[in-house]
Every structure is written in structure tokens, then in C-alpha cells.
Design a protein around this ligand. Sequence first.
Ligand SMILES: Nc1nc2c(ncn2[C@@H]2O[C@H](COP(=O)(O)OP(=O)(O)OP(=O)(O)O)[C@@H](O)[C@H]2O)c(=O)[nH]1
Length: 269
Amino acid sequence: MSSMFGKPRVSSERPPQSPLPECNVAILGCRGAGKSALTVKFLTKRFISEYDPNLEDTYSSEELVDQQPVLLKVMDTADQDGPGNCERYLCWASAFLVVYSIDSRKSFEGCQRYLEVLALHARGCQRRCPVLLLGNKLDMEQYRYRACGRCSQQKGCPSPAGSGASSMRCRHARTSLGCSTCSTRPCGRCGARQSGTFPCGRSSSPRSGPARPWPRQWPCPPTTAWPPAPSTPSPPSTTRRYPRWPRPSWSPSSPRGLRAKGRLPRSPC
Ligand SMILES: Nc1nc2c(ncn2[C@@H]2O[C@H](COP(=O)(O)OP(=O)(O)OP(=O)(O)O)[C@@H](O)[C@H]2O)c(=O)[nH]1
């Protein structure tokens, strides 16, 4: 049994005649939401920042799901302007991931159109496909728009309860989406950017800490939680499990793939 992505591989123990069950996952969302980054992170456990926004591809990886080996196929879509030509993934996928960036209200609102398309498709479809609404770029929490509770200005990504996720019958992955304070954001009513009490009278949460200029820097560099993308292939190390190159366990369906997207360094071989 060899190791792949830190998980045990079982392919060598499988009789050759029994094909793996397949699971097709389509990753949807507005441009820049981080779909490709998520895909790459999942496949390689690395964060790679360069990208070509116009490329779309499907990748496959053997994974363990409930202790069972599954051939997971991930379609990293690249719609130009919201859902279009949706048949290519509606008929193909058995699960959908609708991604938005927590620092972009526009990307969140863009998800609504995808969820509507999926809901429409589900109505005319016999099989039920799970849909997950996913808030991405959690390291950008400090730049996330938020609603001012006093002014009722909905500038930010709403909480899952108000997101419409339940009415769209999808799950909403919320890791840091909760609106705790907007003290580091301009107040929707008075425009002030400070902690404590705003000129309009709204108080900030004590959890907010010191005020930060907003935005401090844009675009935000990846935090330390994201390993920097090396420009050359990383040799396997004992502390970090980066895949060997070339990696046999997953592959883009076309030569364009991630490498063409600039997301993967070229193999040294
Ligand atoms: N800070 C931070 N940046 C991210 C994260 N995920 C993606 N990005 C950056 O966001 C930008 C867009 O990411 P992509 O993965 O290309 O987004 P996409 O949804 O695939 O965009 P399209 O290919 O245009 O559809 C890139 O500059 C990424 O480096 C994240 O979790 N944190």
C-alpha cells in the first residue's frame, strides 16, 4: 500500500476486473471565487496562485470515501459570466460545489444563479444530487464585507440562515462566515472605518480588536496558512507531503490542464 495525498492507496489491492465506483463533482461559481485553487489544493495539497481564468478542465483522483476507494472526477468550470452552457456539467455531475469568495459580495450573489439552475435541474431530474454552497478564501476574513446591524445595510455575505441556501435545498459550508462585527469595515451608514463607536452611534463588538485600515493591502497575499507556491517542483520531504513528480494518481483530462493553467510546475523528468 503506498501513500497518496497522505491517504492510503488501495488500487494495487483491487482486482483488475472490478471498476471503481465513480463520483463526478462539478465546481461552479463566479470568476475569481477560487474554484481552480480549491481543485489544486484538493489534488496536490498546495496553494498555487497563478491562474488562467479562461481554461476549464476535469481531473480525476482515486480517493477513499467511507473506507471505499472511489474514482473522484472534478470538473473545474470556468464560466465567463455566470451559468452558461450548463448541460455539460448538469448531466455529468453527481454532486455540485458552488463556490464564492467571502470577501466578494458579487461572487456570493453570483451563486444564486447557479443554485437556481441546479434547483431547476433537480426538479426535472430523477436523481438527487447534493449541492454544497462553499465560502472560500477564509484567510481573507479581515477583508470580508459585512452587514452593519444598526444600519441594516446588507453589504456583506449574509449568514447561512439568510443566504437562501435552505430554500435552495443545498448545504452551506460556513467556517468563518458568521458576522461577528463590522468594526473594521466602513459603516454602511456613516462610512467611518474604526473600532469602538461609530459616529452614527453603532458600537463595534469587543471581539473586534484594534481597528485596521480597510483594505490594508489588495490583493491580499496568502497568509502563512497557505504554503507559498514554489516556482520549481518541491522535492518530497519528510515534514511536508508534496506529491512526487510526475504524479500518477491523478491527471488532467487534457494536456492543457493545470500545467497549462500555470498551476503546476513542470515535471523535472
Ligand atoms: N487569499 C486567498 N486567495 C485565493 C484563495 N483561493 C484562491 N485565491 C486567489 O483567488 C484568485 C482566483 O482564484 P482561482 O482559483 O483562479 O478562481 P476561479 O474561481 O478558478 O476563477 P476562474 O478560473 O476565473 O473561474 C487567484 O489569484 C487565487 O490565487 C484563498 O483561499 N485565499
